[in-house]
Design a binder for this molecule. Structure first.
Ligand SMILES: *Cc1c(COP(=O)(O)O)cnc(C)c1O
Length: 468
């Protein structure tokens, strides 16, 4: 190995990793005191990084030090237990440690011959996920960046399979002159589903929307008559309320029509492991494909999503490619399961997390998030906040007495730095949207956050009173 560059040598890696480890310890130690969202001054300091492209090499230790000192200033304390924004998962220790080790291996996973270990662990994760979710035995899994890509993958497999049955090879002929393919989604479908429709050439204008009930669940009896084949997209985990579509009933409505049911289960598919929610998750196995994130509810480090598809060959056909230099094997060539070719070995840290937790640990983790969400809601209710959804999973929708006060309160919460939540609209009202998605959230973090909510509302009330 060459040893005389200023920017890399055999020894640099080891000392850089030691340094990274020290920086990490410092960062993690700061989580209880640092603001969840950085201050304006901290963000301003990122400008220290704005220099023209460096003409000369730098000492990598200095680069790392600058990244730690300056770069960390603009980070969100997402793993502090007090981040409730979007649906962003926390990070289990074993996930990070396994990821570090795997990163040192630097595997590319496109072909089996590039990483037998990754291929093997993808097979194991596939089997374990299928068992945990109690899906049909030969269900295939592809490991992607997140649910956006997982939705795309499942819908691409579905689109191509429907066309194949109609005698139309869409991979070859494209959509020009193709038979019509309908796409039907619930009113609460995630933006990622619309993105997939546009990427798949189906067009967002073509999307037919099925009304939802007051919890945000698709109403199966409102699914239009399926005289032509359709991609039907159900949701496990409404992005606001956490509610779960009656997937079994939806599948029963669609059965016998040559249509394909995909379940967007980014965070809510994990409800399927909970005995408590067995009724709500009844019939999931009847769908054709399912998306789920590992980086949300399961607290695997970013990024990690999975497409699960009942029809293995349909998934593989969707991502077929060939070149004279490719090297196929009798084992898993991961590029056949996802849109990517080169990609990192995501299955490694997923395997480590699943192996560490086991079924019991997965259930404990998911129930813990639900418990904390319930407690958050109860404590806010005792402080006079209104809880606008049925808190059956990890999502809580909160409102103050009127929309303006709610809006000002969420703005205060965001700038105050004690915790972080986003806003949304629910049932025509402005709401604060809480997603409990980090194993590190406990009573301490909830109490601190409830206090921040109360302080933010007090301050918003004063401001509004002054303005009048
Ligand atoms: C988060 C989410 C997505 C998008 O997933 P990414 O992992 O961000 O790509 C899609 N659907 C639902 C329901 C989600 O919650």
């Amino acid at each position: 190995m060459k040893d005389d560059f200023t920017w890399a040598s055999r020894n640099t890696l080891s000392s850089l990793l030691d340094q990274a480890r020290q920086c990490t310890d410092e960062y993690l130690a700061s989580l209880t005191t640092r603001r969840v969202y950085p201050s304006d001054e901290s963000i301003q300091r990122l400008r220290e990084l704005d220099v023209p492209v460096p003409e000369k090499p730098s000492d990598p230790h200095e680069v790392l030090e600058q990244l730690h000192r300056v770069g960390s200033l603009g980070t969100i304390a997402q793993t502090s237990g007090r981040y409730f924004g979007f649906v962003n998962g926390g990070m289990l220790p074993i996930g990070l440690a396994a990821r570090w080790l795997a990163d040192a291996w630097d595997q590319n996973t496109a072909h089996y011959v590039m990483s037998p270990t990754n291929a093997h662990l993808e097979d194991i994760c596939e089997r374990w996920l299928v068992e945990l979710f109690d899906f049909p035995k030969d269900t295939a899994a592809g490991f992607v960046t997140g649910t956006t890509l997982a939705n795309f993958s499942g819908l691409c497999a579905g689109r191509n399979e429907i066309f194949r049955r109609l005698g139309w090879d869409v991979a070859q002929k494209g959509l020009y002159g193709a038979p019509r393919l309908r796409i039907i989604v619930g009113a609460g479908a995630h933006a990622a589903v619309y993105k997939s429709a546009s990427m798949l050439g189906l067009g967002t204008d073509q999307i037919e929307i099925v009304p939802q009930d007051q919890h945000g669940r698709m109403r199966p009896n409102q699914i239009p008559t399926l005289d032509e084949p359709a991609l039907v997209v159900a949701q496990a985990g409404n992005v606001n309320s956490g509610a779960i579509d009656p997937v079994g009933e939806i599948c029963d409505r669609v059965a016998g029509t040559d249509s394909w049911v995909h379940v967007d289960g980014a965070f809510g598919l994990w409800a399927r492991v909970l005995p408590r929610l067995a009724d709500a998750c009844d019939g999931f196995e009847k769908a054709d494909s399912w998306s789920v994130d590992a980086h949300k509810t399961l607290n695997v480090p970013y990024d990690s999503g999975v497409i699960l598809c009942k029809h293995r060959s349909a998934l593989q056909e969707a991502f077929r490619a060939s070149a004279s230099y490719f090297q196929w094997s009798d084992h898993r060539d991961a590029m056949n399961y996802t849109p990517s070719m080169s990609k990192r070995a995501r299955a490694i840290e997923l395997w480590a997390v699943l192996k560490t937790l086991g079924r019991q640990g997965v259930i404990e983790l998911v129930e813990h998030l639900c418990d904390q969400a319930r407690q958050f809601a109860e404590k806010l209710a005792t402080k006079g906040f209104q809880i606008c959804n049925d808190v059956m999973f990890n999502q809580v929708l909160v409102a103050c007495d009127d929309d303006m006060l709610t809006q000002r309160t969420v703005e205060r919460i965001q700038t105050d730095g004690q915790c972080w939540c986003g806003g949304s609209k629910w049932d025509g009202r402005t709401v604060i949207r809480i997603s409990v998605c980090d194993w590190a959230t406990s009573e301490t973090e909830i109490d601190r956050s409830v206090a921040a909510f109360v302080a933010a509302r007090d301050s918003a009330r004063r401001e509004l009173a002054q303005a009048n």
